[in-house]
Design a protein around this ligand. Structure first.
Ligand code: AHR
Length: 538
């Protein structure tokens, strides 16, 4: 379907079209069935969750390890341009498709003086980064980040220092970035060579302020009051700013739930989003639980939504606070926690190799499933950041003297970013289940879809969590009219722990799924064990 008349299309859909037109429950694709061995299971219809906000496909770049230095910025490298930006990385970031990037931290931001990172580079000080026991040379700062965002086509989401920083310096940064001219901080920016304002709309009010590892952490009341004061001052300057207040660092934090409630009670009228952070890893060889990580993410989101809506109800507010899931990924955190940390003040390295997790096929399948969970919650998760982007728990890796390459997780992200458009549609899969140690009984298959009325294209994202069985899935697509499969991609491997490495950079890549066919209005596809799949229909 090339040229698209939305009304005619919806009329043609009959009941489903009427549902779409009124924005209510949608049965555009209809019913699907999953078969597993002899079992055939009927799968339920599809409610439209809401518009899928592309900011959910954001990422995160922190001054941590080699994310900035030798990651995105390496002056003098044959891979870099005149400013020092690695052009091979810019290409990969564009291909990955990240509409918004969070910066400069993370834990780093709680000790960061943004003034150290602006102005003539030769005059910028080297400082100790207490979050990651590293030396920060400050050769890449706010202005370089904004320039880099323009190169990659992404929008900035700037974090503010709620550790050693102050409300005064937070608002000064907003003025530095966004006021055109004629004030102390806007003139400073202009003197640094940036005549036009940066127009930064999205801001994080600190980072993980409930964590005792965070410089400046405190009680939810203390943080909430500081966040309120800062947010008010920022909004006096520019009421159109969109602000993210810190939720818990994870759902396992001791104050989880209480933290969100109190922080939102303090700040509700002045903020737009509350943050969620979640990292998953395979623990003690329990692949079954790991593969079900999205079940945990689903529950996490629902709980934070309920807490935010509780505060809304108590206040009698007609405003809704949404979620910025601004850190999510697979991260082998337990391995990092067991690494000996650098001691002493005189030997902190610049850009050490930190958190350089190498991802397997299984990791990428879980990762793709986390994206499915985020899309499924499109009505309330309206911003998110994959943590992180380059070298540090990242889909893109570089070597200082060598190339950039794609980890396994690159593929589910880039394909989802390219294909997911329009409305998010929840697929009610009544699939077979399996037992996990961590989450009890969970569905073997997970899926979500999007439908873009403008182009008439649908995308379906699927995961088979079974470790040993292929699953055949049947979807009734008759109500979509005469559609065909435009693209199919499946990520799977006989070795679920296969990885892309510097030595073998293209070991893992998705392949077309030859099993997919549409006949008589029915789509059938076989999903190999431990696999992630994307389909484009139109
Ligand atoms: O993404 C790595 C770190 O994880 C971030 O700096 C911090 O916010 C989180 O704990």
């Amino acid at each position: 379907m090339t040229s698209f008349d939305r009304r005619a299309f919806l009329a043609g859909l009959g009941k489903a079209g009427a549902a779409l037109a009124t924005g209510s429950w949608l049965e555009a694709i209809g019913y699907a069935q999953v078969s597993r061995g002899p079992a055939r299971v009927r799968v339920q219809a599809l409610p439209a969750v809401g518009d899928f906000d592309r900011r959910v496909l954001g990422s995160f770049l922190e001054h941590l390890g080699r994310a900035i230095y030798t990651g995105v910025y390496q002056p003098g490298s044959p891979h870099s341009d005149a400013t020092g930006f690695r052009t091979d990385v810019v290409r990969e970031v564009k291909e990955l498709g990240v509409p918004i990037v969070r910066y400069p931290g993370g834990n780093f931001v709680s000790g960061y003086n943004w003034l150290d990172g602006v102005g003539p580079k030769a005059q910028r000080p080297a400082v100790l980064d207490r979050a990651w026991n590293s030396m920060e040379p400050n050769q890449f700062g706010t202005n370089e980040f904004i320039e880099w965002c323009r190169l990659t086509g992404s929008e900035p989401l700037l974090g503010l220092n709620f550790g050693t920083g102050s409300a005064e310096m937070a608002v000064a940064l907003v003025e530095y970035c966004n006021v055109e001219r004629g004030t102390k901080w806007s003139e400073l920016r202009r003197s640094h060579g940036y005549a036009a304002p940066h127009a930064v709309k999205y801001w994080c009010l600190g980072n993980e302020m409930d964590g005792d590892w965070q410089i400046g952490h405190g009680t939810p009341h203390e943080y909430g009051q500081l966040a309120l004061k800062t947010a008010r001052a920022m909004r006096q300057l520019d009421p159109s700013l969109e602000l993210v207040v810190c939720g818990s660092s994870s759902a396992s934090m001791p104050l989880f739930g209480t933290w969100e409630r109190i922080v939102l009670e303090e700040t509700y009228d002045e903020v737009d989003y509350i943050s969620c952070h979640a990292y998953y890893e395979e623990k003690d060889g329990d692949l079954g639980s790991f593969l079900a990580s999205a079940v945990d993410m689903d529950g996490f989101i629902d709980t934070v939504v309920a807490t935010a809506d509780h505060v809304k109800a108590v206040r009698g507010s007609d405003k809704t606070v949404n979620i910025s899931f601004d850190e999510w990924n697979v991260w082998y955190l337990s391995r990092w926690e067991n690494v000996e940390k650098i001691e002493g003040l005189d030997n902190w390295p610049v850009a050490p190799r930190l958190l350089e997790d190498v991802y397997s096929v299984a990791d990428a399948v879980v990762f793709g499933n986390l994206l499915i969970s985020l899309i499924r919650h499109a009505d309330r998760v309206t911003s998110a950041s994959l943590a992180q982007l380059v070298n540090v728990i990242a889909p893109i890796m570089t070597e200082p003297g060598g190339p950039a390459w794609r980890q396994t997780t690159f593929f589910p992200f880039s394909i989802t970013s390219r294909l997911a458009q329009g409305d998010a549609l929840e697929l009610k899969l009544d699939a077979p289940t399996y037992e996990t140690a961590q989450y009890g009984e969970v569905p073997l298959v997970d899926a979500v879809a999007t439908f873009d009325a403008e182009s008439g294209r649908s995308a379906v994202f699927l995961v088979n969590r079974s470790q040993d069985e292929a699953v055949t899935l049947t979807v009734d697509v008759a109500s979509l009219g005469d559609v065909s499969v435009l693209e199919s991609h499946t990520l799977a491997d006989d070795d679920v722990y296969a990885k892309n490495t510097l030595e073998d950079r293209e070991r893992v890549a998705p392949r077309a799924n030859d099993s997919v066919r549409i006949e008589g209005g029915e789509l059938t596809i076989t999903l190999p064990p431990v696999s992630w799949t994307a389909l484009s229909l139109g």
